[in-house]
Design a protein around this ligand. Structure first.
Ligand code: ISE
Length: 331
């Protein structure tokens, strides 16, 4: 009987708490042994709730755990990923791998120097049944020509600005469209218009992002962080012989009183709860046999590079996306 993985979770904000609770209660093969957060009060409450111990530092958590979940603020991800690589700890790093391309490239270089993949990136939509069904359905409709993506938040979390809209939120679309199409981007442009009525001053929101790919497909992303009516993610693939639309299959559509409608969650945690759990289970199962699961650090680098190219494209027309050579470690 393989002993349960003793997991350390760094960060007890929304997603760190969700991961810790899911690991403690739903995911088999793992226990949450350690928690760390700069907000010790919040971390203590969660530790008491799930029966974990409070680590006095990130370094202590990494040294004391079999495997690590990084769910801290974006800017801390690269340095904490480096700590985990130095300690040779299997790691599930929440997106983004890093806010900047340089920081993401440094993590990839460190993993290449180590000579083994330890980092799984938290692009959980790759585990979402809706996106999995989309990808599986592509052969039935021919060659993808256009992908329409909608990514709407009720309101911009934690004071998100325009750059973070792309490097923190739309980064999911930058990753999932590569995965769906098994393709790479060649250029990006960002079109801006009049902000919505609830968009904070100075923020460009909504945005339209248009990407081209090596295979000739067009990828369009509407990202709207202050949509107000609710949280909604959609994806439609228009192909040579038909279309696939990941509608709102995750919601129950209600028909009554001459109306048709469905509830819309407030947060992504509602829409992607199953995807997060599936991602965690896949990561634990892979870690138990010395492997990684889902997106890699290379995927994290490509997503961050693409997002930052989009930031550079704001107000500047199309920007070319040129990738570094893909290391053999990620072949
Ligand atoms: C958030 O950080 C997430 O990862 C969600 O999946 C995304 O939809 C949301 O826009 C981000 O802010």
């Amino acid at each position: 009987m393989t002993q349960a993985l003793q997991i350390g979770v760094i960060g007890t904000g929304n997603i760190g708490t969700a991961h810790a609770r899911s690991l403690a209660r739903e995911v088999s093969g793992a226990d949450v042994a350690w928690l760390y957060d700069a907000d010790t009060s919040r971390a203590t409450d969660l530790a008491d709730e799930i029966g974990a111990r409070l680590a006095p530092s990130v370094e202590h958590l990494v040294a004391s755990s079999d495997a690590v979940v990084i769910a801290s603020p974006d800017g801390l991800h690269p340095e904490q990923a480096m700590l985990c690589l130095d300690a040779q700890r299997p790691t599930l790093c929440e997106k983004p791998l890093a806010p900047t391309t340089e920081e993401a490239a440094n993590v990839v270089a460190a993993e290449v120097d180590l000579g083994r993949r330890l980092i799984s990136l938290g692009f959980m939509r790759r585990f979402d049944p809706g996106y999995v069904a989309l990808k599986e359905g592509i052969p039935s409709v021919g060659r993808p020509l256009v992908v329409h993506n909608v990514h709407r938040n009720t309101s911009a979390p934690y004071g998100l600005d325009t750059a973070l809209t792309l490097t923190n939120s739309a980064i999911h679309e930058f990753d999932i469209n590569r995965w769906l199409l098994d393709d790479e981007y060649t250029s990006v442009q960002v079109v801006t218009g009049e902000p919505g009525p609830r968009t904070p001053d100075g923020q460009l929101d909504p945005l339209l992002v248009i990407l081209t790919t090596r295979g000739g497909a067009l990828v369009e992303i509407e990202v709207f962080m202050n949509a107000w009516y609710g949280y909604e993610v959609r994806c439609e693939i228009v192909a040579s012989d038909g279309t696939l639309d990941m509608g709102d299959g995750s919601y129950i559509t209600r028909r009554a009183s001459r109306q048709v409608g469905h509830d819309v969650p407030e947060l992504w945690l509602g829409r992607f709860e199953d995807a997060y759990r599936r991602q965690l289970q896949a990561w634990v199962d892979a870690t138990l046999v010395g492997k990684t699961s889902g997106a890699t650090a290379w995927d994290g680098l490509v997503a961050t590079l693409s997002a930052n190219a989009a930031v550079a494209a704001i107000g500047n027309g199309a920007v070319r996306i040129e990738l570094p050579d893909r290391p053999a470690l990620y072949a």
